[in-house]
Design a binder for this molecule. Sequence first.
Ligand code: ADP
Ligand code: 5GP
Length: 188
Amino acid sequence: MKEGKLFVLSGPSGVGKGTVLKELLRQKKDIVFSVSATTRAPRPGEIHGRDYFFLKPEEFKKGIEENRYLEWAKVHNHLYGTPRDFVEKTIQSGNHIILDIDVQGAKQIKEKCPSGVFIFLAPPSLEELARRLDKRGTDSCGEKKTRLQNALREIEEKKGFNYVVVNDRLQKAVDQIRKIICQEEGSS
Ligand code: ADP
Ligand code: 5GP
C-alpha cells in the first residue's frame, strides 16, 4: 500500500497555526491531525485528546525514556512532543498527517523524515504577532514576552522550510496551504 505523506506546519506562537489548521481540516477531511503531548496547562475550551494530551511532567519524561516521541522539545518553558506510534501508523495506513509543532521539532522531523513537507507560517509583522497574542488573551504578560522573544529566533529559521506562507488574511493562508498539500499529495 502507498504510504501517506507527512506535513509539518510551524511558525511562532500566535501567528495563527491553530486557527489556520482548524479551518483547513474543516475543508479537507482526508488529512489527519497529530495530537501532541504537552506539560502546559489546558486553556479554556481545550480538550484532552483532541487539542493535546495534557500530561504531568513525570508522565511526559517517562515517554521520553520509552522513546515514545518522534520529536520533543522545550518550547516557551513547557515540554511538547509528537507521539511516534500515531504518526507512523497513520502514514503506514496510507493516510496523510499534519503536525503543528515549533521550529526545533520541525528540524528534528526533517532529519528523520526528509521526504516530509515543511511549511512555515509567518506573521505579516512582529507588531501584528504581538496584537494576535494579546487578542488570544490566553497567555500571561511574562508568557507573551517569552513567546515574542522566541519569535525573532524562530522567524530566522524559515529558510529551512519548503514553503513560507504569510498569514495575513486567514482564508488566503488556508487556500495557499490547501493548494500546497494537494500539489504535494499529487506528487507523492
Ligand atoms: P498559534 O496556534 O500559531 O499559536 P492561534 O491560532 O492561537 O496561533 O492564533 C492566535 C490569535 O490570532 C487568535 O486570536 C486568532 O484568532 C488570531 N488569528 C489567527 N489568524 C489570523 C489572521 N489571519 N488575521 C487576524 N487574526 C488571526
Ligand atoms: P501552544 O502552547 O501555543 O499551544 O503551543 C506553543 C508552541 O508549541 C507552538 O509553536 C506549537 O506549534 C508548539 N508545539 C505544539 N505541539 C508540539 C510538539 O509536539 N512538538 C513541538 N516541538 N512543538 C509543539
